[in-house]
Design a protein around this ligand. Structure first.
Ligand SMILES: [Zn+2]
Length: 101
């Protein structure tokens, strides 16, 4: 978990190595030693897969309920979908910024 990871500061373009910390949404973050800007790395592979499964699963449950005539949106389900989609979009932006595909 505490391996040194290559970071590339999006603000001052400084390259540095740091221990990556995971934030709540599963992004790896580190503070740039030069400008103190918090740099994000894309989602770890496990997190990305988990988010996809989560979003697809909850949407599937929602659709199945809808077909049965039940319109039920739980707060937890909604929050997870929003968080999942938000993280996936953010992950895409970070990858685009850093030229990672
Ligand atoms: Zn920097």
């Amino acid at each position: 978990m505490s391996r040194l990871k290559q970071f590339y500061c999006s603000q001052c373009k400084e390259k540095f190595e740091s221990k990556a910390k995971y934030n709540l949404a599963g992004f790896r973050t580190a503070k740039c030693p030069k400008c103190k800007n918090a740099t994000l790395l894309p989602l770890g592979k496990g997190y990305k897969t988990t988010y996809w499964i989560l979003v697809v699963l909850i949407l599937a449950i929602f659709l199945v309920n809808l077909v049965d005539g039940i319109f039920k949106v739980t707060v937890v389900g909604l929050a997870l979908v929003v968080m999942g989609i938000y993280s996936l979009i953010k992950d895409k932006q970070i990858r685009k910024d850093k030229g990672i595909i």
